[in-house]
Design a protein around this ligand. Structure first.
Ligand code: DAK
Length: 260
């Protein structure tokens, strides 16, 4: 596949994948999601000598600022549920990938971007990185596993707070809460992620794959909750508040929600 929105570089056994839509702060549109699916399903597993994968964002400002809000309009409940389930499935591919996947979070990781980072096995944050699930600002909830993975990583109280207020966490707070493994100076995210992957590369590959599988198995009971998430997400797509939330974003104004 020729990538439109991903830039890849395979060197010394490490595949670096850059989400490359800088003008939209690397927002995940349909094409980008398709390409991420292909990368984890077909491209990366075929690479000889692969030690691990690093996911990062193009430019100075953002890792990924969410799903592409400008593509949300005109969806009905069924289509939205299907799209959210599709996104969840793509992020399961990352979570269950047999080699270490590390997110190098170089800026905003919001909504779908925070969900992408959380689907990776580990996260390195640049000191300017920001994390959040601001879907409530759009009359939505997270649809790509964020209600589950944020709760798994930082616990129910803080996960509730972030999902209900839409507030962002800075890198230090994300580290303190266990959302990220390391905070590094801006520009050093990829180098640190490479260092982690190199450490794992000296270990037994089958044991690495089984460790990933065993750790993920702990959360399998929660799988039903992912279904709940995409069903609720689909229901919200048909509300007036969702339409108002998206219009307000596009028109760069504050949303006026009515609860309908
Ligand atoms: N989608 C599309 N465009 C985006 C975007 C996004 N998520 N985030 C930013 N952009 C665009 C902006 O519209 C702007 O474009 P132009 O106006 O230049 O054309 C450009 O990127 C630069 O953004 P700003 O001008 O806003 O830059 P600032 O530095 O002022 O602000 C910011 C940076 C990250 C604080 C701000 O851009 C922001 O608040 N962005 C939105 C964050 C957000 O709410 N993310 C989405 C969370 S909701 C779905 C499944 C899942 C989801 C949705 C649907 N389906 C199955 C249908 C998940 C939803 C989410 O991820």
């Amino acid at each position: 596949m020729d990538y439109e929105n991903l830039q890849t570089e395979f060197e010394d056994g490490i595949l670096v994948v850059k989400i490359n839509r800088e003008k939209a702060l690397n927002a995940l549109n349909k094409q980008t999601m398709l390409e991420i699916r292909y990368l984890f399903e077909a491209h990366a597993p075929d690479l000889d000598g692969l030690k691990g994968v690093i996911v990062t964002g193009a430019g100075e400002k953002a890792f990924v600022a969410g799903a592409d809000i400008k593509e949300f309009e005109g969806l009905d409940r069924k289509a939205a549920q299907a799209l959210a389930k599709n996104g969840q499935d793509i992020f399961f591919l990352i979570e269950n990938f047999a080699k270490p996947v590390v997110a190098a979070v170089n800026g905003y990781a919001l909504g779908g971007g925070c969900e992408l980072a959380m689907a990776c096995h580990m996260r390195v944050a640049g000191e300017k990185a920001r994390f959040g699930q601001p879907e409530v600002n759009l009359g939505l909830i997270a649809g790509y596993g964020g209600t589950q993975r944020l709760t798994q990583l930082i616990g129910k109280a803080k996960s509730m707070e972030l999902h209900l207020t839409g507030d962002m966490l800075n890198a230090e707070d994300a580290y303190r809460l266990g959302l990220v493994n390391y905070v590094v100076p801006k520009g050093e995210e990829i180098a640190k992620a490479k260092e982690i992957i190199e450490k794992t590369a000296g270990k037994a590959p089958v044991a690495i794959a089984k460790a990933i599988k065993a750790i993920n198995a702990h959360f399998n009971e929660g799988k039903q909750a992912y279904k709940t998430e995409h069903e609720l997400f689909g229901a919200l797509i048909e509300t007036d508040d969702f339409k108002e939330g998206v219009n307000a974003f596009v028109e760069k104004r504050k949303a006026n929600f009515t609860g309908k």
